[in-house]
Design a protein around this ligand. Structure first.
Ligand code: FAD
Ligand code: UDP
Length: 375
């Protein structure tokens, strides 16, 4: 065998696994069907601005091991995500907090906000879907203005047909705190995400523009003892039980000749009619305060939700009941494999954030190391 590991996919899962294996003296080959490494955290340099090509990425974690790991390779800046929602021209702070409640109802104390939400929550007892979860957390007004339109655009289905956990990703706070995350650590890698990925892949053999399924699957597999697969699990089994559903996105990137277009990294457009969900202004991730004006131009990206069709990227697993059942069938097959490790958002069909993905890669490496060194 030429390699110990053939790693399909150079995103955070593949790159983390490759780093850990290489540091232990293993030989890895990483292949990726895209023309660059990094998967969805890849950034393009446009006019000195790191443009998040596949959607805005903010690193946040409470996992000390993951934070220590990434800090071995790159330092992080002090960026803290605070998002503004634009509902038909009215601006509200996100995530849901006292600033949002004040903006919506003029309430000034946590007690007043509680009373308002309690009154709007009505009779909901059992939470069976996203709509019930949202109304019970923040009341009907906020659901209608800031959640319903955005979510139905994003997922292409009714809030009644979506799992409640999706909305629980966002904090609800009875304090004046606009931080989008509750995690202990947060920031953007100084120099951008490509620095992190390049360090993770330093000294690792990498080939881009290679699709594992382009007819040479068995030849690729014969190169290594173990395959680490980070693509779609239903692709791996050639859709034997049917296709898993994903949600896709389309990005429209634009260079504007103004130093500061919207004054914030992410503005969400939460009404149903605006066809995009958010506008990202990339320079705000890395240029703070008056630094923003040092560059006379800016780059913005409009993010349009999109059905997942052939040729599009699969960005989000659709973790509803029927897809979860289908995934369980694939997972049962995956568990029988002795020389294949499935990891990451697509192979595990899970809504992983970056820190979850890195933590999974570290855990998979530890497990595999134990098996490999068993007497
Ligand atoms: P990916 O990054 O998707 O990498 C998989 C790689 O495998 C890709 O490069 C792909 O080209 C390659 N591949 C697939 N199939 C094949 C094949 N057949 N042959 C060869 N190569 C193949 N997380 C956060 O923590 N914070 C955020 O702010 C955040 N924002 C996000 C915004 C958006 C719009 C999206 C979609 C995700 C966001 N995430 C965020 C999640 C984050 O992107 C993921 O957790 C992480 O990138 C997953 O890494 P991965 O390696 O599993 O997958
Ligand atoms: N969401 C919403 N309104 C917003 C932002 C988010 O209703 O302005 C909902 C939407 O359903 C989304 C979910 O909250 O899918 C999780 O939001 P998050 O920002 O975590 O989404 P991601 O970054 O994964 O796209």
């Amino acid at each position: 065998m030429t390699y110990d590991y053939l790693i399909v996919g150079s995103g955070l899962f593949g790159a983390t696994f490759a780093r850990l294996a290489t540091d232990s003296g293993k030989r890895c080959l990483v292949i990726d069907k895209r023309s660059h490494v990094g998967g969805n955290v890849y950034c393009e340099d446009v006019e000195g601005i790191h443009v998040h090509q596949y959607g805005p990425h903010i690193f946040h974690t409470s996992d000390k091991k993951v934070w220590a790991f990434v800090n071995r390779f790159v330092e992080f800046n002090r960026f803290t995500l605070m998002t503004v929602a634009n509902y038909k021209g009215r601006l509200f702070n996100l995530p849901f907090n006292m600033n949002t409640f004040y903006g919506m109802w003029g309430v000034r104390t946590p007690e007043e906000a509680h009373a308002m939400i309690e009154a709007q929550r009505g009779e909901i007892k059992d939470i069976t879907n996203l709509e019930e979860q949202a109304i019970s957390l923040v009341g009907r007004d906020i659901y209608e203005a800031l959640i319903k339109g955005y979510t139905e655009k994003q997922w292409g289905r009714s809030c009644k047909d979506l799992p409640s956990f999706i909305i629980r990703r966002l904090p609800v706070r009875y304090t004046f705190d606009n931080n989008y995350f509750n995690d202990t650590y947060q920031g953007i890698p100084i120099g951008g995400y490509n620095v992190l990925i390049d360090k993770l892949l330093e000294g690792v053999e990498v080939k881009t523009d290679i699709d594992f399924f382009d007819g040479l699957e068995s030849q690729w597999r014969s190169l290594a003892d173990t395959l680490v697969f980070t693509g779609k699990i239903d692709d791996f089994y050639h859709h034997r039980f049917g296709e898993l559903q994903y949600r896709s996105l389309r990005f429209e990137h634009e260079v504007l000749h103004t130093p500061n277009y919207q004054g914030i990294a992410i503005m969400n457009f939460t009404d149903r009619e605006t066809p995009y969900t958010r506008i990202v202004e990339h320079k705000h991730f890395e240029m703070m305060g008056s630094e923003v004006n040092n560059l006379p131009m800016t780059v913005i990206s409009r993010e349009y939700p999109q059905a997942y069709l052939p040729g599009y990227e699969a960005y989000y697993p659709v973790n509803d009941d029927s897809n979860s059942r289908l995934y369980a069938q694939y997972q049962a097959l995956a568990e029988q494999e002795e020389h294949v490790i499935f990891g990451g958002r697509l192979a595990e069909y899970k809504y992983y954030d970056m820190d979850d993905t890195i933590a999974r890669a570290m855990a998979c490496w530890d497990d595999n190391k134990k098996i490999a060194t068993k007497p």
